[in-house]
Design a protein around this ligand. Structure first.
Ligand code: BV8
Ligand code: ZN
Length: 261
């Protein structure tokens, strides 16, 4: 384990950039906070999504069984807000970070289902909780990418007529095994683990932070405020990720001769 550091904000950013410059491989875990500056509500902030809808009312298979129209109403509203949103400077900085290291030594693990990392140009993306652009038929299981087009209140499968559902991972549902395995391997192999814009309360995603520490990676948290992850971070950079990430990449790239080949 690394001793925690207590730097000034400027020194902390410089230290984080030096840790990145020395890293052979980097993994990132993002949550809803990285999309906040794109205008998408987070889940647990006062005006967040969960405030509008109780969790058990919308993001569980039981809720969908009980009231599919309410659940589709919630997800169609989110699809509409995603349609109006674009990647922000934080998303773009993470794409630049992947270009700096190369996709074989960089993994972007996200809990977000908004597709903004791909829109920003990131390539090695692991969507732990699925993606709101895709829908899955509850009858024949066919998965289709419907982009962010407006869907009917109760969309049905063209092939078999059964009800479609958002292809996201609801609470009490398992994460996609292949994605989880790849995320776990990326965390095992990384020297630096960036934890950006997540309250770190949802498992098993949040468990990756403990795993990173156990594999002796440097854990750098970027958030507006302290979270459940803060005591596990070697360094916390507090502020909007749309400002901190671009500055971090600038500092990393300004270190002559420390570009990772
Ligand atoms: C499962 C998709 C088992 C849908 C989501 C231990 C182990 C395993 C499971 C559990 C466990 N303990 C509890 C569980 C159950 C549960 C769970 O974790 N519950 C929590 C609430 C206690 N986990 C599950 O059910 C998981 N499934 O374990 O299945 C299983 C195994 C086999 C067979 C059957 C079952 C499934 C969890 C996935 C749920 N789906 N999303 C959708 O999006 O609608 S989770 C949802 O929460 C989103 O994905 C979201 O991303 C995620 C986490 O929230 P955050 O992203 O962190 O967002 P939040 O608002 O909380 O925080 C935002 C942060 O950003 C804040 O810190 C804020 O300060 C910061 N911020 C804001 N603005 C900015 C910023 N930071 C920087 N800059 C800014 N500008
Ligand atoms: Zn079908």
């Amino acid at each position: 384990m690394h001793p925690p550091v207590d730097d000034s904000p400027i020194d902390a950013l410089d230290r984080a950039a030096r840790w990145l410059a020395a890293a052979r491989s980097v993994a990132v875990l993002t949550g809803a906070g990285v999309s906040a500056e794109s205008g998408l509500a987070t889940f647990r902030a006062a005006d967040g999504l969960w405030e509008g809808h109780r969790v058990e009312d919308v993001a569980t298979p039981e809720a969908f069984e009980r009231d599919p129209a309410l659940v589709w109403n919630f997800y169609n509203a989110r699809r509409a807000s995603i349609a109006a949103a674009g990647p922000n400077a934080g998303h773009l900085a993470l794409a630049a970070l992947e270009n700096h290291f190369g996709s074989d030594r960089f993994a972007l693990i996200t809990q977000n289902v908004d597709g903004l990392h791909a829109a920003a140009g990131s390539r090695h993306i692991l969507e732990l909780h699925g993606n709101l652009r895709t829908v899955r038929c509850t009858g024949c299981g066919i998965v289709t990418d419907r982009g962010v087009e407006a869907l009917p209140e109760l969309p049905r499968c063209d092939a078999c007529g059964e009800l479609l559902r958002p292809a996201v991972v609801w609470f009490h549902e398992p994460l996609p095994e292949d994605v989880w395995y790849e995320a776990s391997m990326a965390v095992r192999d990384c020297n630096c683990f960036l934890v950006v814009g997540t309250s770190a309360v949802v498992y098993p995603a949040a468990g990756l932070i403990e795993r990173a520490r156990a594999w002796d990676a440097r854990v750098i948290e970027i958030n507006l405020a302290a979270t459940e992850a803060s005591h596990r971070a070697d360094l916390s950079l507090f502020g909007p990720s749309g400002q901190i990430l671009p500055e971090l990449v600038r500092q990393l790239e300004s270190k002559p001769g420390e570009r990772s080949e």
